[in-house]
Design a binder for this molecule. Structure first.
Ligand code: CAA
Length: 379
């Protein structure tokens, strides 16, 4: 076993750390408060190659491995989880899905723009009644020969308004249940496509989350991903990798909160000494550090599985389940270590605590991860 990172992985990790400190940190509180999308920061992340990290360089990507990608996700998420979810969705759900399952024509048209951040993408699966129960799609894509007609509503879509490229999952043949579902590429400017209201969220407030409405949107057949009826499998396979990205985000949120708590505990004095010298605080730090290290091993292992052609459904689900749980626990404890200051925005930990919650919900709730894990071990 070799737990060391390569020189290239260390360099990319450092680049992400520097970018997070220099570019994400300065405006992060204001973006959170005002729900501002990090437009300029996303442009810079595109320049740095963070938006198409695993995409083949022939399509404008960085050609890096999944381990490098999770290292970047971890570093960005320590500072700004709103920005890192944009990176996660664009890399794992959009670029990976398109590169792996798209036609050459689809890749030529969209992939290099997505990989460089010229445009960003969104992944539209969830509906009012089909979040966890993803086979129950109500959005329809009716086959009209050379095109589909798309009707319905999608909910809680990350990059909802800022994307130009949308993967939309919809039911073509109800009789065939999940085998009658298709994934279609929808351009923002297609007639009948409307961006719904923006959600006012607890956390990741800089990421723009919208509902999307499709009213008789005519989507050419060449925009379908894979064979007729491949849409649900496409969504599941894509989400399996997406879960590694969100696990890395959860890890980063936890690690960011821990680093702040550690530093604060070494500066803040109570009862005549720095509070880290009190066992009540020292033991909290010990627990946080141990949990984060365990989560880190799980996240890196899932990424390694993907890079080495091994099955990563199980390791990715376990990594997401555990990392999101410890993100929640660690951020709550980091607020506690900060005492009254933890409740104040300037100290950042309250935002990390709010941001942590979504990692237990999106790209499959913790309960869904347990379904995936238990089915995998029982099969
Ligand atoms: N890879 C390939 N195929 C898979 C698969 C996988 N990982 N998981 C399931 N499938 C296939 C099954 O083989 C089956 O196909 P066949 O019948 O042809 O064999 C088909 O999919 C249906 O599978 P199930 O019978 O297991 O379906 P189910 O109804 O029991 O649901 C589930 C399975 C795991 C619960 C699934 O519905 C699920 O993952 N739900 C959660 C969806 C989710 O993650 N939503 C998040 C929204 S996206 C998001 O959050 C993005 C964002 O913006 C951040």
């Amino acid at each position: 076993m070799d737990f060391s990172l390569t020189e290239e992985q260390e360099l990319i990790q450092q680049a992400a750390r520097d970018f997070a400190q220099n570019d994400l940190l300065p405006g992060v509180i204001e973006r959170d408060e005002k729900q501002l999308f990090p437009k300029e920061e996303v442009r810079k992340m595109g320049e740095l190659g963070f938006l198409g990290m695993m995409v083949d360089p022939k399509y404008g990507g960085s050609g890096l491995d999944t381990v490098s990608y999770v290292l970047v996700m971890e570093e960005l998420s320590k500072i700004d989880a709103s920005s890192s979810v944009i990176v996660s969705v664009n890399n794992s759900l959009v670029c990976w899905g398109l590169e792996t399952f798209g036609t050459e024509a689809q890749k030529e048209k969209y992939l290099s723009k997505l990989a460089t951040g010229e445009i960003i993408g969104a992944f539209c699966l969830s509906e009012p009644e089909a979040g966890s129960d993803a086979t129950s799609q109500k959005t329809t894509a009716i086959d009209k020969g050379d095109h589909y007609v798309l009707n319905g509503t999608k909910n809680w879509i990350t990059n909802g308004n800022s994307a130009d490229f949308y993967f939309v999952i919809a039911q073509t043949d109800k009789e065939k249940k999940h085998r009658g579902i298709n994934a279609l590429i929808v351009d923002k400017n297609m007639d009948g496509f409307e961006i719904g209201p923006k959600e006012n969220k607890l956390g990741i407030r800089g990421s723009d989350t919208h509902s999307l409405i499709f009213n008789d949107v005519k989507v050419p057949k060449e925009n379908r991903i894979g064979e007729d009826g491949f849409g649900f499998k496409f969504a599941m396979k894509t989400l399996a990798g997406g879960r590694i990205g969100i696990a890395a985000q959860a890890l980063g949120i936890a690690a960011g909160a821990y680093e702040l708590a550690l530093k604060y505990s070494q500066e803040r004095k109570a009862f005549g000494t720095e509070i880290c010298n009190h066992q009540a605080i020292a033991f909290k730090l010990a627990d946080m550090h141990t949990q984060i290290e365990a989560a880190r091993h799980m996240v890196y292992k899932a990424a390694w599985d993907k890079d080495n052609g091994k099955d990563y459904d199980l390791s990715g689900a376990m990594a997401k389940l555990y990392a999101s749980q410890i993100a929640m626990e660690t951020t709550v404890e980091a607020v506690q270590v900060h005492g009254g200051n933890g409740f104040v925005k300037e100290y950042h930990v309250e935002r990390l605590m709010r941001d942590a919650k979504i990692t237990q919900i999106y790209e499959g709730t913790s309960e869904i991860q347990k379904i995936v894990i238990s089915r995998s071990i029982l099969d």
